[in-house]
Design a protein around this ligand. Structure first.
Ligand SMILES: C[S@@+](CC[C@H](N)C(=O)[O-])C[C@H]1O[C@@H](n2cnc3c(N)ncnc32)[C@H](O)[C@@H]1O
Length: 248
């Protein structure tokens, strides 16, 4: 039986795309950014996309699904003494939905510093380096919830310009801008798509700036596919959870 997926804070659909590749059925996606919702809908015409502020919704407004995935934004801001503060309202909302819905699998993607703001009862918290899973970046991302440990990719490939950029510690849309300064020209949308492992024909709506932002925000579809594939193999009984965990 095909498992169903709900994508909260879906952006243009990077996280969803890996689950789609792996054969899961995405039934619902939520984001409050109109342009990102338009991109999402253009690439996933059969999915119900709701363009709404999550904080206006209760768990009852979200359809039941076997899997909940999502990347709530976690805005960090500096106060006068420059001590970093994080606004975790949307992360807390995500876990409220998860607690109410009780899906079979949950994966929340975040930046690693969010680790200390996660609820203490989240059973799996992992920080993966993207190039260990086939994504040509050295950037690390955090995944939390209950899911299956993905298999590592045997070969690490990172584009030299990306590596130089990431050594400096930037991420997201700013990373794309830095990439431009290293190339000494504006990086192209297709290049940004390749670094993030989007297919070149992936549809992006909005201005160029908005397109860069959508790509930069996204979970690389190849990383998402690795996570989805691990769940699929377990569902098919081809691997047990214990065997997968041993791969780490
Ligand atoms: C990290 S991005 C998600 C990227 C997406 N998972 C992907 O792989 O393409 C976070 C998204 O949260 C959305 N967002 C921010 N605040 C929101 C809110 N209050 N309600 C719904 N969506 C919100 C933003 O528009 C943005 O697209």
């Amino acid at each position: 039986m095909t498992l169903t997926v709900v994508d909260l804070f879906c952006g243009c659909g990077g996280f969803s795309l890996g689950f789609d590749y792996a054969g899961f059925k995405i039934i619902f996606a939520l984001d409050n950014w109109k342009v990102a919702c338009e991109s999402y809908q253009a690439n996933f015409p059969d999915v119900e996309v709701l363009c709404e502020n999550a904080l206006n919704l209760s768990p009852d407004d979200i359809p039941d699904a076997d899997i909940i995935i999502g990347s709530p934004p976690c805005q960090d801001f500096s106060i006068a003494n420059l001590k970093k503060k994080y606004d975790t309202t949307l992360i807390d909302w995500f876990w409220d939905v998860v607690r109410e819905k009780k899906p079979k699998y949950v994966i929340m993607e975040e930046v690693p510093p969010v680790k200390r703001f996660l609820p203490s009862d989240v059973p799996m918290v992992r920080i993966y380096r993207m190039c260990d899973y086939g994504v040509p970046q050295i950037r690390r991302r955090l995944f939390a919830g209950w899911f299956v440990e993905p298999a590592k990719y045997p070969i690490n490939v990172v584009f030299p310009a990306v590596m130089a950029t990431e050594w400096k510690g930037s991420s997201g849309p700013r990373q794309m801008a830095r990439l431009s300064s290293i190339f000494r020209r504006k990086s192209l949308i297709p290049e940004a798509k390749l670094v993030q492992t989007f297919p070149l024909d992936y549809i992006l709506c909005g201005s160029l700036k908005e397109q860069y932002e959508q790509i930069g925000n996204a979970v690389p579809p190849l990383m998402s596919y690795r996570l989805a594939e691990a769940i699929k193999l377990r569902e098919e009984g081809l691997i047990t959870l214990e065997e997968v965990t041993l791969l780490d």
